[in-house]
Design a protein around this ligand. Structure first.
Ligand SMILES: [Zn+2]
Ligand SMILES: [Zn+2]
Length: 637
């Protein structure tokens, strides 16, 4: 038989040859380093046979960043963990141990509870296994044999898993440990060069809280110590930048158990919020959007018309109405109100496009377990807008929205990238309409040179869309805003306009939110800047520190002067040493600190600028610097 290699050359092999035999046919070095074989895009254990005509790619220890190569490494490390735990804790019951993003876990039922302190010893035991050498072997057996085997070993979870297994049942053995497992696995443990057990958590068997609670041990593994070090460093940075932590430290917001998922914004957090709101208003005004305000609650009939009652009711907060059979829903989206607004008047083609903007509070009943700081909330404020236009106006409107996106993300020094989601199987509208709609979105992305990937078939049933993402300084990708083409909701609301032909036509609606939501955007900004906000966003832009009592009046006068120029300034008159007050200002990440003592005057101010160090400036120079930095809120396009 023949298999096809990545360079499209063919490799002749005996019938039924395995992945490892294919590797050996190419070279001994490759055979030694091979960890996995990719077959027609999927992955397969090296020990399994290949078939005639298959396209194969052998992954080796050098593919140290490849997600599949890392998966097989980490899953094999999970088996080492189970072996170590079974040796150290006789009587332990083992459940499942899959690889996950960034690592792996294994669930156990321990005879006695263990604590995080136990992890170091388990880790040592795993390292000993690697030193001693572990080779994986694979065998297949019948359901009866598997059940008999795991019953004899008093492993009830494995017995249950065997009963649920589909197809042939396979076992993998290394050292003293045999697991019921589909694989794939490494050839041997020598390629596991770095491992770490990271944490403990409780987890119910099969995720069901009516079942026994198990202990989940999380860990990770890499092909080199350097990769593990880099990973731990990234985790450490992510922890240091966690917006929930910085939010407390900088006094921006907090959450209260009385309203889960709903931030309570503190005055300093509100400064940031309002700065974004100012950018939103300014740009909407410049770009021809009209501010509107629509109700927060609507009756059930409205939600039936919009389709939310059918598709989104689970996520809505409902309130009883005036009579028993009446129900109101708090809005999870602004669209229905804007449909009512558009439909409230006769419209002509001359009125279009109409662009309604509203940043109203929205509520979505997200599951408590999925809430996460500002990035996953129940109280959401979108920088929302709906553009009503003719089909012919769509290309220019989408183009303008993409231009807006480029500008807006540029304000924060972020490079957005996009995902263009195209027509799904189930959809409304004709192919011709979809062609036009997708083309309009694609052309706009191309024209602005925006990076994007295409999600074939990922569009909504009512139209294609563009999802906006950004990558932060730690390389993490975040979903932000969205631009959606909609030929469904205007139809549900019976919206029309009078065309040039004096006949009624249906407008297209473009839904767009560019920050996405204020809450999420601010959460991401906090982490992106690690709390070191640019001058124009900083809650306190400058702090003045009078050296002694005698300098307080001059310090206050300076503060008032800067305040009158529109800057956010405070004076720290606390009875603390100068050093302590400077350190506090640094901890609060105040961009400018001005020390005012005997030698200072309007002609000579001692200024410490974050990142730029100390200098002596005149008041005019300081003001010029402030105005320059404040202008970053509105960079020229
Ligand atoms: Zn396994
Ligand atoms: Zn909408």
């Amino acid at each position: 038989m023949k298999v096809v290699l990545p360079d499209s050359s063919e490799l002749e092999l005996p019938d039924g040859a395995t992945g490892i035999e294919a590797a050996r046919a190419i070279g001994p070095k490759l055979a030694e380093q091979a960890v996995l074989v990719r077959v027609n895009g999927g992955t397969r254990d090296l020990r399994l046979p290949l078939a005639d005509g298959e396209r194969i790619q052998l992954l080796t220890t050098r593919d140290s960043q490849d997600p599949d190569a890392l998966f097989v490494l980490r899953h094999s490390t999970a088996h080492l963990l189970a072996e170590a735990v079974m040796r150290l804790y006789p009587g332990v019951k083992i459940a499942i141990g899959p690889p996950v993003a960034d690592g792996f876990y294994y669930d156990f039922e321990f005879p006695e509870p263990i604590s995080e302190d136990a992890l170091a010893a388990i880790e040592d035991e795993m390292r000993r296994e690697i030193e001693d050498g572990r080779v994986w072997s694979r065998e297949e057996l019948s359901l009866d044999q598997a059940v008999e085997r795991f019953e004899a070993e008093s492993q009830p979870y494995k017995v249950e898993l065997a009963h649920g297994a589909e197809g042939a049942i396979s076992l993998y053995t290394q050292g003293e440990f045999t697991d019921l497992c589909r694989g794939p696995h490494l050839q041997d443990a020598s390629s596991i060069r770095a491992l770490k057990l990271t944490s403990l958590a409780g987890a119910y068997w099969r995720g069901d809280e009516r079942n026994t609670q198990l202990t989940r041990i999380y860990g990770t593994a890499f092909y080199s110590q350097a990769d593990l070090d880099a990973h731990l460093e990234r985790l450490e940075q992510a922890r240091a930048r966690d917006h929930r932590r910085i939010g407390r430290q900088l006094d921006l917001f907090h959450f209260d158990e009385h309203s889960p998922g709903s931030p309570l914004w503190h005055p300093k957090g509100m400064v940031i919020y309002n700065q974004l709101e100012e950018v939103r208003r300014r740009e909407n005004r410049r770009r021809g959007y009209l501010e509107v305000k629509t109700p927060l609650i609507y009756d059930k009939a409205l939600w039936i018309t919009s389709g939310h009652w059918e598709k989104f009711r689970e996520n809505m907060f409902l309130i009883p109405g005036d009579t028993d059979d009446q129900t109101y829903g708090i809005k999870p989206m602004n669209c229905p109100g804007h449909m009512l607004l558009f439909g409230s008047q006769l419209r002509s083609y001359r009125d279009l496009p109409v662009r309604y903007a509203e940043a109203a509070p929205l509520h979505r009943n997200e599951l408590a377990g999925t809430l996460h700081g500002l990035t996953r909330v129940r109280y959401v404020t979108q920088d929302d807008a709906h553009i009503f236009c003719t089909e012919d106006q769509v290309p220019a409107e989408v183009d303008a929205v993409i231009d807006y996106v480029r500008y807006l993300y540029g304000v924060f020094g972020m490079e957005p990238h996009a995902e263009l989601a195209t027509r799904p199987e189930n959809r409304l509208g004709t192919d011709k309409q979809w062609d036009k709609a997708e083309e309009a979105l694609r052309n706009a992305l191309d024209r602005h040179g925006m990076r994007y990937v295409t999600g074939e078939g990922e569009g909504t049933f009512y139209g294609p869309k563009i999802d906006l993402h950004m990558t932060d300084v730690l390389g993490r990708s975040w979903q932000m805003g969205t631009i959606q083409y909609d030929m469904q909701m205007p139809a549900r609301f019976g919206l029309t306009y009078m065309g040039t032909d004096n006949a009624e036509h249906m407008p297209i609606v473009i839904h767009r939110a560019l920050f996405g939501s204020f809450e999420r955007f601010i959460g991401i900004l906090v982490e992106h800047y690690a709390g070191d906000f640019p001058f124009w966003l900083a809650p306190v832009q400058a702090r003045i520190l009078p050296v002694g009592l005698g300098h307080q009046e001059a310090a206050r006068a300076l503060g008032n002067r800067l305040d009158a120029e529109g800057f956010r300034v405070d004076v720290d008159e606390r009875d603390e040493t100068l050093g302590k007050r400077i350190r506090d200002a640094e901890l609060e990440k105040v961009p400018f600190v001005v020390v005012y003592g005997d030698r200072e005057s309007d002609d000579a101010l001692a200024v410490r600028e974050r990142a730029a160090g100390q200098s002596t400036l005149t008041l005019d120079e300081l003001l010029a610097r402030f105005h320059d930095l404040a202008a970053e809120a509105d960079p020229s396009p």
